[in-house]
Design a protein around this ligand. Structure first.
Ligand SMILES: Cc1cc2nc3c(=O)[nH]c(=O)nc-3n(C[C@H](O)[C@H](O)[C@H](O)COP(=O)(O)O)c2cc1C
Length: 297
């Protein structure tokens, strides 16, 4: 049993690193072989958005130019993941989104993390300043097909304070134990605090324009909101739960029937678009920064 700790924080030996290491100690106690990696020590180029990875089916055009592929394949060697990222301006640090966008390549090269358990640890400093903190860690892990067994937002006031906060260390260690136990038993049941969404356990709800139905914006499942005895409730019908956007079959359908057909559309309309966009090519030249890599000039 092998468990990988991922630190998505620039700060060395900061709260994220300490808490992820504490979780790994807990996992090790359960018999796991552990390792750790800091994403911010690696180069992750942005997705350039031409989707050739999917339409041409030959991987990312930036493969070999940065470390994304290495980081992905490193994960593939493990049975479970402890994912740590600090809360930065209401959500987690930008490196996580950078990684998520590059995961588009998984539309043509399926993930090898399906069904493996993960835990999320997020240190933060200001109460009330964390509304989207779980969003990106959930997206990246679910996009990879992983099952989140527990997640914790852990309050920390000072730099590296985690090392001196037993309550915080206990929370982190518990997540390490839970991920290791899930790997051992094959039981990926969610053990964290219940949320509103029964799939991702998030508490963010989007209200549709009809002002009647709602959805979990992360999973895309729809339900009905009600207030019972002063408590807000959302009822998600059983059949909706099967259609979460990160479900394997839904993800396959999305790529096959919604995205891939746009290639034919593109090929058909390209001669007209090419002609019409010339107007915008000639209007206001955009100056390119000196620091731009040569291959993008
Ligand atoms: C740029 C930046 C933005 C931050 N934004 C928030 C925030 O919106 N909410 C919050 O609770 N904490 C915020 N924090 C505090 C960090 O989440 C907190 O200090 C955390 O423990 C840092 O983890 P680290 O030691 O691994 O870097 C921010 C810190 C930085 C540096």
């Amino acid at each position: 049993m092998k468990i990988l700790g991922i630190v998505a924080s620039y700060r060395r030996l900061g709260n994220t690193e300490i808490l992820v290491k504490e979780a790994l100690m807990g996992a090790q106690e359960q018999g796991a072989e552990v390792d750790i990696i800091r994403w911010t020590d690696y180069k992750i180029l942005p997705c350039e958005g031409d989707a050739t990875c999917m339409f041409m089916g030959r991987g990312c055009k930036n493969e070999g130019k940065d470390d994304f592929d290495y980081l992905l394949k490193k994960m593939y060697q493990f049975d479970g993941v402890i994912f740590g990222a600090p809360c930065y301006i209401l959500e987690v640090a930008a490196i996580v989104k950078q990684f998520i966008d590059r995961c588009f390549v998984l539309s043509s090269q399926p993930s090898q993390m399906w069904g493996k358990p993960a835990g999320i640890i997020i240190p933060y400093a200001t109460r009330g300043w964390t509304p989207y903190a779980f969003l990106q860690p959930t997206i990246v892990l679910k996009f990879l097909g992983m099952q989140v067994v527990d997640q914790a937002l852990i309050h920390m006031q000072a730099m590296a304070e985690a090392s001196n906060d037993q309550r915080a260390l206990d929370k982190a260690r518990k997540i390490g134990v839970e991920v290791a136990t899930a790997v051992k038993t094959g039981n990926n049941k969610y053990l964290g605090e219940p949320g509103i969404c029964p799939v991702c356990h998030e508490r963010i709800i989007r209200i549709f324009k009809d002002n009647e139905s709602v959805e979990c914006p992360t999973c895309g499942i729809r339900g009905q909101l009600s207030v019972e005895n002063g408590k807000i409730k959302v009822h998600f019908p059983e059949e909706e739960l099967k259609w979460g956007r990160f479900d394997k079959e839904t993800a396959y359908r999305h790529v096959t029937y919604e995205i891939k057909p746009s290639k034919d559309y593109f090929v058909r309309t390209w001669p007209v678009i090419k002609e019409k966009r010339r107007k915008y090519k000639d209007y206001l030249k955009i100056e390119r920064a000196q620091s731009m890599p040569d291959e993008r000039r």
